[in-house]
Design a protein around this ligand. Structure first.
Ligand SMILES: [Cu+2]
Length: 175
């Protein structure tokens, strides 16, 4: 009888030991997951910090509706860069307002039409997922600066959505 009790006790001990071992395993796995997550987050932070900052300047030129245009009409930035855009309204004509709106290729006209409804309070920029970045409406002689992450590799348009400025259009390439 004593012998059986001893064996039972031993069995219980082994069973407990087994559970503890399993707990350790779970703990170890959990620690590994935490460590891996931290590594991934650190890498992500590095990617954000390492982004190349590209400074570009776009001017809005023209003293009359027939002349208004962006200068330059084409911009290229590297993929994964951070774009620091300086937008200069170089007009000296009273009431010559402009903005810079980066949009998906070919969507400029629709965005401008929707922008008219959005109104001056919204800088003539509609809430639309095809709008990637934009400046406020800028008055003559004023300079505005915005920063945004370059979108995915490809071609985009930049337009001025001020009513009637449909001939203000440029090409934005991410290479
Ligand atoms: Cu304009």
């Amino acid at each position: 009888m004593k012998k059986i009790a001893f064996i039972l006790a031993l069995g219980t001990l082994v069973a407990c030991g087994g559970e503890k071992k399993a707990d350790n395993k779970v703990e170890k796995a959990a620690t590994e997951v935490v460590e891996e997550t931290e590594e991934v987050m650190e890498e992500a932070m590095e990617i954000v910090e390492d982004k190349e900052v590209v400074e570009i300047t776009v001017a809005a030129l023209g003293e009359s509706m027939a002349e208004i245009a962006f200068e330059p009409k084409s911009i290229s930035v590297p993929a994964n860069s951070r774009v620091k855009l300086t937008f200069e309204n170089k007009s000296s004509a009273e009431g010559m307002l402009h903005n810079f709106v980066l949009v998906e290729l070919g969507s400029g006209a629709e965005i401008a039409t929707a922008g008219m409804k959005a109104g001056l309070d919204n800088n003539f920029v509609p809430k639309d997922e095809r709008v990637i970045a934009y400046t406020a409406v800028s008055n003559m002689g004023k300079t505005l600066t915005i920063e945004f992450d370059a979108p995915a590799k490809g071609s985009y348009h930049y337009v001025c959505t001020y009513p009637g400025h449909t001939n203000m259009i440029g090409r934005f390439n991410v290479e």
